[in-house]
Design a protein around this ligand. Sequence first.
Ligand code: GLC
Ligand code: CA
Length: 557
Amino acid sequence: MSNNAVTEKWWKEAVVYQIYPRSFKDSNGDGIGDLKGVIEKLDYLKDLGINVIWICPIFKSPQDDNGYDISDYQDIHAEFGSMDDFNELLKQVHARGMKLILDLVINHTSDEHPWFLESRSSKHNSKRDWYIWRDEKNGQEPNNWESIFAGPAWKLDPETNQYFMHIFSAKQPDLNWENKDMRKAVYDMVRWWLDKGIDGFRIDAISHAKKMPGLPDLPNPKGLKYVPSYPMHMNVDGVLDYVGELCEETFAKYDVMTVGEANGVNSAKAEDWVSEKKKRLNMIIQFEHTKLWDSLGEEKFNLAELKEIFSNWQKNLHGIGWNALFVENHDITRIVSRWGDPEKFRRESATSIAAMYFLMQGSPFIYQGQEIGMTNTEFNGPDDFQDVFAKNHFAIRRSEGATDTQITKEIAHTSRDNARTPMQWNADKNAGFSSGTPWLKVNPNYQQINVETESKDPQSILNFYKNLIRLRRENKIFIYGSFDLVLQDHLDVFAYSRKLGSQEALVICNLKGKNTTVSIKVKPEMKQILANYQQASQITANSIELKPFECVVYLQV
Ligand code: GLC
Ligand code: CA
């Protein structure tokens, strides 16, 4: 497979920076990040070297799930700014030679979207079938599915005395993808944005669009009130028909970047989603490697499994489709706190993990704050959480008699709010994020960890990211080259080679906080082009000694 030529495309050369607008930069002191704040920081992003910005939902929304509950797809949420601000943002991004992609949330809308308001108004409304309505069953919900955000996946609407489905929050009713008119309205909206000149979309939760026909109850051997329901709505057979139609009706007509959020799709099935021949999506955000985070044992993570997962994605898609490479986003905790060592080796671990994922084949994504090694935060009680899942979880566990201290402890290490604390720009009040009171508490470590401090230190995580980005831009081997794991069985080190034509590169990353040795021959024509320790690693004829979380990159020059 590794002989397959890889076609060149602009989006394959992309380094994507993900902005969570609420937490990025507040320009007017109301404590909430906004579009003008993003515009203020475009020069920072340009200087970092990234060339594509993905901005999480900025559309009109009651903000139950921070904008993933949209009440008007074609308007901007007032706290973020106006359509004029958006137009200015797009113009400014393009003026700097960068591109902008938006978040497309079409598995569900807000319950305040006019489509839903119509749908709920009567059983006979023409939009009734745009959402999923069912009668009660034995005085209860239509089935026993649990919502991803805790509690039942159904809510009774007194208006017509039927339940509607919501696999996320109760304010995010699921659209009924079986309905053709609904799909057509979605495509019209998508084309409207594409015609405006945006450069693509990240498509939210798209692997959930298809629900299991018949919406059957799940087996419930444990006698739970509601049963975790992923198999009933995630990557269900037939979902690709919807994805295919969406692409054909919209993206295929434009030169844009499309990134599907595809929970539940594994590397064996990826081809169906991103094969260039099938003309569906350019790449998908997959979750196989982040699943390893769920099992926090003695070992921080299982390196053998991680290697297998990444290697399968690399191998299965080489010459066929493209990868989205990421280790952080707004839904998962900070990588230094997860896989690295935020206390003893924050800089070393953040940079080694960075080199590890960034130089594989695919388009690397950087989540805001990752480039300065931001960490998980502290939660002292219920008021420190803002996420809808946390709020639901508090309500449910309190009703079961748990104390706030207990509940806080239960979710502190996994809460999505860890990744959503305001961006740390400098050591001033509120980390330079806002002159008002931030909507979510700033991480108390902002005086040590911030952009300003790191930009002055040549050895910082920030400058390491700049080097990584530059390296990738200057050497096509890191974009188009083939991938092979090396040192496959090593217990501490993730290493791989990239090859393009007769050129070769070697990426070697110690992912453990201890010294280790690797037996490897580095050819004399290979030169070290990047490392995260100032003092070069000890190379002998047949081995390299690596310090804790040390990484080195060699390139044949
Ligand atoms: C996606 C988003 C997440 C959101 C959910 C519902 O997983 O990344 O933030 O809560 O979809 O829209
Ligand atoms: Ca603001």
